[in-house]
Design a protein around this ligand. Sequence first.
Ligand SMILES: *[C@@H]1O[C@H](CO)[C@@H](O)[C@H](O)[C@H]1NC(C)=O
Length: 210
Amino acid sequence: MKPLILVPFLLLSFIPLSSANDGAPFDYFMFTTIYPTAVCRADDDSVPDSCEIPTGTPLWTIHGLWPNYENGSYPQNCKGTPKHFDADMIKSIAGKMRTVWPNLFPGKSIQSFWKHEYEKHGTCAQSDELFDTELLYFTEVMKVYDSIDIATAMSSIGPSDKLITKNDVLTALTSVTGGNTFQFHCLKDKITKQFLLEAVRGPKTMFGIE
Ligand SMILES: *[C@@H]1O[C@H](CO)[C@@H](O)[C@H](O)[C@H]1NC(C)=O
């Protein structure tokens, strides 16, 4: 009798459950953060109040969590549930999101940043069941933010007006986060002509992906 009982289980495991058809296959997640101090320092000072760091904003904030391919490209604007960002679905976590995932540009709504990230990247994450819904996507991204302590890693080398090498940053990040795949993005301060570290992308995170 035993083989007969096993068969339905084996079949079931190959049938996609619920909305697992949405999203896109991908290889890994890239967690991306923003350093608001640099963003607003590099912002156009001729436009008053065009960039503002809300009171209570942490030193490093969330940009997003992006499904990526190993070949360097990434899926975007996938079939998701919902396909278009719905603010009502994340009411229960919007308070925390306002703090750790702020919009620095008062000319745009905070929701416009979340909408962009969800529609471009979040819809593509839904092939991973941990990220199956809009609420799960935003909830899980904040968990990643809580678990990868970029702020502590960076506190050992900055903020600094001296030149920081890529290797300095890499060493600091690797020692705290345990990851070793990072990308950096810099902005040029129009007045001082300095390059300011604006973003850290990484490490690669896998979650349910094999
Ligand atoms: C990268 O890999 C993905 C998934 O295999 C594929 O769909 C895409 O066309 C590839 N892109 C490039 C630029 O090779």
